[in-house]
Design a binder for this molecule. Sequence first.
Ligand code: GRF
Length: 188
Amino acid sequence: MKIAVLISGSGSNLQALLDSSVRENIQLVVSNKASAFGLERARKAGVPTHSMLKANYSSRDIYDQAVADYLNQQAIDLVVLAGWMHILGARFLDVFQGQTINLHPALPGQYPGTHAIKRAFEDGVDRTGCMVHRVTLEVDVGEVLGVSEVEIKPTDTLAELEERMHSAEHRLLVSVVEGMVKGVQALS
Ligand code: GRF
């Protein structure tokens, strides 16, 4: 199984994948930000990188098509959105629907979109979580492949909650992707 990881920022979730057994499946890291620190992490691990900036394309559709075409040319089987801050539309999903998964820092059905951790923290709830789901046209909705609950302690600062969330995300993402890779190996 050939995996591409798509990132926009720090890439700590990418790092968790690079440190796991699926490292050998990771063919490529794509960023939509040239300055994303995750690109450094990929280079350090010897994984090819590619930056694709939306500003270089005339429309969202053309950009989404270009991302799909590029991943197709690389014969990618599984696309992992790990902190990828761009909503991929129909032009992309027509090619990769079912083969694209996303990590989101909230429980299924809760806090779709950006700043999910902060929104849960400000709501004063005592638990939140993270999930990995298949990507559909609707943002942060789609078949749920894994969930991890995260406690919010009364004494937590936002930074403490974010740290706990990121640890849970790293474990969850690795376990879902490892499971998918092993599932495919078992079928062959
Ligand atoms: C994660 O919290 C992810 O769920 C969210 O963006 C963050 C990315 O972190 N969508 P990193 O770039 O993997 O460190």
